[in-house]
Design a protein around this ligand. Structure first.
Ligand SMILES: [Zn+2]
Length: 288
């Protein structure tokens, strides 16, 4: 038999005082609400992962942000295979040349500079190689003749902001858009006729999803990289050469600098790397 004390405890378990019944009911409701919220947010996240963010550039603009006219997307004169694909907000880190042969895209940031850009151009010309130059707007305005030479020799331009503003990605969309339009226009109109600006590269690679999207909306393909030479740290010519020899792969986008500090090591590394890359069968192409 139960003692009186045990009987009281048993009665409280079977039929608890009303305060505990309310507490139990509220706890149950809170737990169910929490579980429902977790399930719904997980479903939402899966949908985003499955479909990707719904950001694509307007289809009716070309790489310069002008309305597309018939024939504008034809490959640039004398540069077979350099057709311009549609611009979308998808960071380019590899090339897609559609050829069987291995291809590599060489990119040079932070110029143009009278100290290094002409030397880089000389070496590229020697090997018939084309590259992409991610220029700082103020540098381009200071050295328009170098921008003109880059264009004349069949290379492509990439906007790297007016002042190498690494915080551009944290600005509000309107300001970000104004900044990119200004730098793109400056770069384009410093040469005659105005150049097409194919790409935008975030200073220091500080991309945000919004910056990626705004670059595409401004008519520029967001350009990343897949091989970082770290040449700006001046690790020695051998280290720069080694980073490319070890990291290069078909479709690689390689990051060099022809401005922003002493770049003798970069120039020497490029001088060694171009023949080596050619020996490996690499073609020099634009990111696409
Ligand atoms: Zn830079």
């Amino acid at each position: 038999m139960l003692t009186p004390r045990q009987r009281v405890i048993l009665r409280q378990i079977v039929s608890p005082p009303y305060i505990y019944r309310w507490a139990g009911l509220l706890t149950t409701i809170a737990l169910m609400t929490g579980v429902t919220a977790v399930v719904l947010s997980d479903v939402g996240a899966r949908q985003v992962l499955a479909t990707g963010p719904a950001v694509t550039a307007p289809a009716a603009v070309n790489a310069a942000g002008r309305p597309v006219r018939a024939g504008e997307d034809a490959p640039a004169r004398g540069m077979p295979g350099f057709a311009r694909p549609a611009i979308t907000s998808s960071l380019l880190t590899v090339t897609d040349t559609g050829t069987d042969r291995p291809a590599v895209a060489l990119t040079f940031d932070d110029g143009p500079t009278p100290e290094y850009t002409p030397e880089v151009l000389d070496i590229l010309a020697e090997y018939g190689a084309k590259a992409t130059f991610c220029m700082i707007g103020d540098q381009a305005l200071a050295h328009p003749e170098l921008v003109q030479r880059v264009i004349n020799e069949g290379h492509r331009l990439c906007d790297h902001t007016m002042t190498h503003d690494a915080t551009v990605g944290s600005n509000a969309q309107d300001l970000m858009s104004q900044q990119l339009q200004r730098s793109r226009t400056s770069l384009s109109e410093v040469v005659a006729p105005p150049a097409t600006i194919d790409y935008f590269r975030a200073p220091e690679g500080r991309w945000t999803p919004l910056l990626d999207e705004v670059a595409a909306q401004t008519g520029m393909r967001p350009l990343g990289w897949s091989v970082d030479t770290l040449d700006w740290t001046q690790p020695g010519t051998g280290a720069i050469v080694g980073s490319v020899q070890q990291g290069v792969h078909p479709g690689a986008v390689v990051l060099f600098h022809d401005g922003g500090g002493p770049r003798e090591q970069t120039v020497e590394a490029v001088r060694e790397l171009l023949p080596w890359l050619q020996e490996q069968g690499y073609q020099f192409v634009m990111p696409s």
